[in-house]
Write a protein that binds this ligand. Structure first.
Ligand code: ZN
Length: 282
């Protein structure tokens, strides 16, 4: 099953990963990843690890092994982006080195800090941003931005023919401006992320471990109620919630999510990724 090019798996504390085939981008690498991806392991160009908690990194050894020893393009290079200084990712790299001593893997490991950018093809850029989550593990969200052009606001009411003449006279940049369009943003595990990062994003994938802010004891995970409001305020097109706590009975949690969604006034599509299923919340 896939929504907007995404497939994935989410079970908090067990395994979380999300695969976006059009961008050849994998976000996180929970257990079971390489089995679920099958031959698609060879389509992955970039793996972005949001943080080093076990449910987001335990699939890394299996993934690099499938890419190196499986049946397919085993020499094809790929990149793993990870939070600089992450204890969890360091542990996984040591496991990989210990399991397969002397083996060269065609992988480039690139540490991320807040604001790090990595090109995805020629038109798009992945950007890491710091989020509020764990204290022992540096934690990031990622967003993919595309450079787009639009008419400057001051020309909005000017007739088309006049705009075209001005562009011929003074050049296109006189009437047009560049702006970053957000193709997708992924919060990783996090408290609600900054709205300015996701203005009019095509897709927002956000932590919704809790249903209500009052259900949480520590300020390390968002609630669905907060995320619906965030998606509404940022005018996101498609929202995918993930990481819903296993404490919640599913039928009643879905009823609560649907009620919160309609009460929030968020107009976009809304889904819950629950284990391997995308559940439509409309
Ligand atoms: Zn976490």
């Amino acid at each position: 099953v896939s929504v907007d090019g995404f497939s994935g798996y989410s079970r908090a504390l067990y395994a979380n990963w999300l695969w976006h085939r059009p961008l050849q981008l994998l976000v996180d690498a929970g257990e079971g990843l390489s089995l679920a991806l099958g031959t698609s392991v060879f389509s992955v160009s970039v793996v972005a690890i949001t943080h080093g908690h076990s449910d987001h990194v335990l699939g890394l050894p299996g993934f690099v092994a499938a890419r190196r020893f499986g049946k397919g393009a085993t020499a094809k290079p790929y990149t793993i982006l990870y939070p600089e200084g992450s204890p969890g990712v360091t542990t996984m790299r040591e496991s990989i080195a210990g399991l397969w001593p002397g083996v060269d893997f065609p992988v480039t490991w690139v540490p991320l800090v807040h604001g790090s950018r990595h090109a995805l093809g020629s038109k798009r850029t992945l950007e890491a941003f710091a989020v509020v989550h764990a204290t022992a593990e540096p934690s990031f969200g990622v967003r993919v931005i595309e450079d787009r052009r639009r008419l400057k606001a001051e020309f909005a009411a000017v007739p088309q023919a006049v705009v075209e003449r001005l562009a011929r006279q003074h050049g296109r940049d006189h009437v047009m401006e560049h702006y970053p369009h957000v193709i997708m943003a992924h919060s990783g595990d996090a408290m609600p992320i900054d709205r300015s990062l996701i203005d009019r994003a095509d897709v927002l994938v956000h932590d919704a471990t809790f249903l209500e802010p009052t259900d949480r004891r520590e300020a390390i995970h968002a609630s669905s109620r907060e995320v619906f409001d965030l998606a509404r305020d940022a005018r996101v097109r498609t929202l995918i919630l993930h990481h819903l706590s296993i404490r919640y009975d599913r039928p009643s949690a879905l009823a609560t999510l649907r009620h919160q969604l309609s009460a929030s006034g968020f107009q976009g599509d809304a889904w819950l990724l629950d284990e391997a299923a995308f559940v439509n919340l409309r």
